[in-house]
Design a protein around this ligand. Structure first.
Ligand SMILES: *Cc1c(COP(=O)(O)O)cnc(C)c1O
Length: 365
């Protein structure tokens, strides 16, 4: 990524563009176009909405946590009518609740169902294939939009097989890159909706990007150096093999949960079928501030734990275990947490790292 930035209208860039626009599809498991924006993930959220909807359209969203809530805020600011299925921030999307809402919508007023695959604020993953089945069982024509920002390249995700219409991704989580690239993988149905959609759009317009992409280029200046990085990230994922990458994340998540249980602390995710492979949110005991633990481990060990967001502030800390991570870096993290629990005087049983080591050895690849 520290190579010189090349002319984004020249032949060297064109070769890079052709290659990347093809190879980026692998990680989404799609044969359809992936639109790349020079933006953080929030840009791709907005792009997904403005490209296939019209002002005043009704959409169905599900409160899985803070990221679902932020996506809802964008939708409301854009003038969409959001049907909101409330949640307790400990569960993923309930496919039967989605099915009921859609079955009740006999006029097909709901134009899109938008869900977050891996809710980064809670460490809960939603079962996208089953949500897809819910749309199909209700025989409802709504578009299906999925945020896979913190699961792409870490957990199994299948844009085509699950008939997702727009998949939202970004560079800075499982793709191991700095922030600054985001993605919309788009189905034929999404492109057809795009042709009719009346929401104002300019920077985010898929047609402008896809037209330039036909020649390997972008309509405006791309984040060229991040594209170099994307090329390498995709090569790394391909070299390890996506299924091996997913198995590695699952194994690290299991070891992390062994540590949490041995500490005697609670995992925020209430349903074992919905445990995230990329992040674990841990609840601190009543009366013990999670942010105090976070500041202790940051000061002492230069270790950053994820903050409890919004309604989880002070009661939850999050251990990220995604991307370029191996057994000893995970164990270093868990050791930092375990020492931090002692230093912050949070009641626990100091057996977590041992339990994680045992879990890793039992599941040795
Ligand atoms: C990180 C994240 C985002 C936010 O993206 P930004 O890059 O901060 O704009 C959105 N959704 C999920 C699930 C995320 O984890």
């Amino acid at each position: 990524m520290s190579r010189p930035t090349i002319d984004h209208r020249g032949p060297e860039f064109q070769a890079l563009g052709y290659e990347l626009l093809e190879s980026v599809r692998e990680v989404f498991k799609t044969t359809h176009p992936v639109v790349i924006f020079p933006a953080s993930g929030s840009g791709a959220w907005e792009a997904a909405l403005v490209n296939c909807l019209s002002p005043g359209d009704r959409i169905l969203m599900v409160e899985t946590g803070q990221f679902a809530t932020l996506w809802k805020q964008i939708a409301e600011r854009l003038g969409l009518e959001v049907d909101w299925i409330p949640g307790d921030w400990r569960h993923g999307v309930d496919p039967s609740a989605v099915e009921t809402r859609l079955a009740d919508d006999r006029e097909h007023a709901i134009k899109a169902v938008c869900v977050v695959h891996n809710e980064t604020s809670t460490g809960v993953v939603s079962r996208i294939a089953q949500v897809r089945d819910a749309l199909d069982r209700a025989s409802h024509p709504a578009l299906f939009l999925v945020d896979t920002i913190s699961s792409l390249g870490s957990m199994d995700y299948r844009h085509d097989e699950w008939s997702v219409d727009v998949t939202v991704g970004a560079s800075q989580k499982g793709l191991m890159l700095p922030p600054g690239l985001s993605f919309n993988a788009v189905s034929d149905k999404a492109l057809a909706a795009h042709a009719q959609a009346a929401m104002p759009r300019s920077f985010w317009d898929w047609t402008a990007v896809l037209t330039a992409n036909e020649k390997g280029f972008f309509p405006y200046t791309p984040a060229t150096n991040l594209l170099y990085g994307l090329q390498e990230a995709l090569a790394m994922l391909r070299e390890e093999g996506l299924s091996n990458v997913f198995a590695r994340h699952k194994r690290h998540a299991e070891a992390t949960r062994h540590a949490v249980r041995a500490w005697g602390l609670d995992i925020l995710c209430a349903n074992p079928d919905e445990y995230s492979a990329s992040i674990t949110a841990v609840v601190t005991p009543d009366g013990h501030d999670a942010d105090r633990l976070r500041s202790v481990v940051l000061d002492r060990f230069d270790l950053s734990l994820g903050v409890g967001l919004a309604r989880l502030a002070g009661t939850v800390f999050r251990i990220g275990h995604l991307g370029d991570l191996n057994d000893v870096s995970l164990l270093g993290t868990l050791a930092g947490v375990e020492m931090g629990l002692s230093l912050a005087e949070i009641p626990h049983d100091a057996q977590g790292v041992q339990a994680a080591m045992r879990a890793l050895v039992e599941r040795a690849a």
